[in-house]
Design a protein around this ligand. Structure first.
Ligand code: ARG
Length: 583
């Protein structure tokens, strides 16, 4: 681990264990960054009583052991029994050299590598994606990148809604419109209209309802070639639309990650058999259900998970249970992440509980609902377009690109004219993604184009710009040196100025920031860190001239610049955001 916090924590654990006369696994040194020193050891406070000592005495013994000599220039007992540590500059500089030489910029791999599946995006076929799916897509993609970076084996799954009773009416409507030939010319933007037209007919006509019902039966039988071809055409049209969105957004999902509800249909009878064999299946008003302890409805009555309707049909819960079995038993996954909005919290916790009771999800395998709040408009209500309809995904992505281009035009840029469009797109998409990622996902977030595209504050463009500015310093240095040698490798930075020291320590915290964001499935923590690093860089740059500094400060500061730029670019990359070198 590059972060001195982790290295010093291990040193402090040893020192505290010796001072307290307890095994290392029974002491927690509680090392934290502090205002008074680089780091503070707080562990003596909680432990003193247990070993019949006072916190101050114990802290004195921790220091007296001498274990901090190689990492710290000073270790002093303070207050009721803290130990204030001042790190050795050579120690910090050495870690900077290591991080600079590391392809992961100092981020250590996960100690325990897991086989993960991330279920994200998951729009519904024949319906346009809406703003809520944007959150799942952007958050899920950042988690995939973070976990893979730490060395986990990550499988992406796009659990699209491509099955179920609505397909009866959708297929019949397609037949009325001209069948397969009509599907081929269907336009992306028509999908919502198409869905609404089908719905209107379904509500208005008994004859249409009857046809739709018959069609559902044919679809479920999976044998009628015409029905399957029509269904496939609807799925294909929607997928083409989703893929355009993923490409434009720079999201990793492709066709290969499709794991739609239709794929779990064959597994559903087995779900019922296994629930029955486990003695969990009960009858409730003719439906087959599982009673899940601890779940009640609004009136406080026990709430069952329905796995087979009275009519014999399976549902969303049954397919999710079959999906759990697939993920744990066929794919051998031990961590199942569901990046799905908070409204599905009850559904998912019931599915996870039943999967546990039935033995589909056996510890250490676990499922986590990585939930998120809604996207709100500036009126604090659900985001809507001017027409009053929910804003679609395509509209949002298109607008982000346009606004990014406008922002570039307004600000001015030094990139060649033929690259301006690409830069504008990178800024617009970056701004949109960063806005989704930088707020705590469990809260609702207010969608505000102006704020997300600002070049000031905790925004994507601010971080992209901070990175590009450092790249430009490095380019100038390289030009001065005649093409190379702007920031040679292996330079141990001199950390005499407090701003140099602060920047070095901030860059080394990348390690903890990535681990922290990944282990809590909270990309916003990485955003907060990157914003902090960019600000620390600005303070450094204000106080410490780089290109005009005399040697050896100049080379040393260039090394700090290069390390910072790499952390920013790598960090933005983990969020799925481009870091252009020129803006
Ligand atoms: N298609 C669903 C929706 O749009 C989300 C699916 C989430 N994943 C799952 N395994 N249930 O609401």
């Amino acid at each position: 681990m590059a972060d001195p916090l982790h290295l010093v924590t291990e040193v402090a654990r040893r020192a505290l264990s010796e001072a307290a006369g307890l095994p290392e696994d029974q002491v927690d040194p509680v090392v934290r960054p502090s205002d008074r020193a680089d780091l503070q050891v707080n562990g003596a406070l909680a432990l003193a009583k247990r070993v019949g000592s006072t916190p101050r005495q114990l802290a004195e013994a921790v220091v007296a052991g001498g274990g901090f000599a190689s990492t710290c220039a000073a270790a002093e007992v303070a207050g009721p029994g803290f130990v204030n540590l001042t790190l050795r500059s050579e120690f910090i500089a050495g870690l900077c050299v290591d991080a600079a030489a590391d392809p992961h910029v100092g981020v250590s791999p996960a100690g325990h590598r897991e086989r993960v599946v991330v279920d994200y995006s998951a729009p519904n076929i024949a319906k346009e994606m809406h703003a809520g799916h944007l959150r799942s897509t952007v958050i899920g993609d950042a988690l995939v990148r973070l976990l893979a970076f730490l060395g986990h084996d990550v499988r992406r799954e796009n659990h699209v809604g491509d099955w179920g009773t609505p397909f009866g009416m959708l297929i019949e409507h397609l037949v009325d419109e001209g069948g397969l030939a009509a599907a081929a010319t269907m336009h992306v933007a028509d999908l919502n209209v198409f869905y609404r037209e089908a719905r209107t007919k379904f509500d208005a006509s008994e004859e249409f309802r009857e046809r739709a019902r018959r069609r559902v039966t044919l679809l479920q039988g999976r044998r009628d070639p015409e029905t399957m071809a029509l269904w496939q055409a609807l799925v294909g049209q929607s997928m083409a639309h989703f893929e355009w969105v993923y490409r434009t957004l720079g999201v990793l999902l492709t066709k290969a990650d499709l794991a739609g509800e239709s794929q779990y249909q064959d597994g559903m009878p087995a779900v019922l058999e296994r629930l029955d064999a486990a003695g969990l299946l009960a009858d409730s008003d003719g439906a087959k259900v599982v009673w899940v302890p601890g779940f009640t409805n609004r009136d406080g009555d026990p709430l069952p998970l329905i796995v087979q309707a009275r009519t014999g049909g399976f549902n969303y819960a049954t397919s999710d249970l079959a999906c759990v079995i697939d993920r744990t038993e066929r794919l051998g996954r031990t961590l199942l992440l569901y990046v799905v909005g908070t409204p599905q919290a009850q559904h998912l916790s019931m599915v996870f509980a039943v999967a546990g009771m039935a033995g589909f999800l056996v510890p250490p395998a676990r499922a986590v609902h990585v939930n998120f709040g809604s996207v709100l408009g500036d009126d604090r209500k659900m985001l809507r377009s001017r027409s009053g309809d929910p804003v679609t995904f395509v509209e949002l992505v298109d607008e982000a690109v346009q606004r990014g281009r406008a922002a570039v035009a307004e600000k001015g840029s030094d990139v060649p004219a033929d690259q301006l469009d690409a830069l504008g797109a990178a800024i617009g998409i970056g701004a949109l993604k960063y806005a989704e990622l930088s707020s705590d996902r469990i809260k609702d977030y207010v969608f505000d184009w102006q704020r997300m595209l600002a070049f000031e504050g905790n925004t994507g463009p601010y971080l992209q710009y901070a990175h590009a500015r450092i790249c430009s310093i490095l380019r100038r240095a390289a030009a001065d040196a005649g093409g190379d040698g702007g920031a040679p490798d292996g330079v141990a930075p001199i950390l005499d100025d407090p701003h140099e020291r602060a920047l070095a320590l901030a860059a080394l915290r990348f390690d903890s920031a990535v681990h922290d964001a990944a282990s809590t499935f909270s990309p916003h923590r990485l955003c907060t860190y990157l914003f902090d690093l960019a600000q620390t860089f600005t303070a450094f740059y204000e106080h410490c001239p780089v290109l005009k500094a005399p040697e050896p400060a100049r080379t040393s500061r260039l090394a700090l610049c290069r390390l910072t730029a790499r952390v920013l670019a790598t960090g933005l990359g983990l969020l799925g955001i481009d870091a252009p070198e020129r803006m």
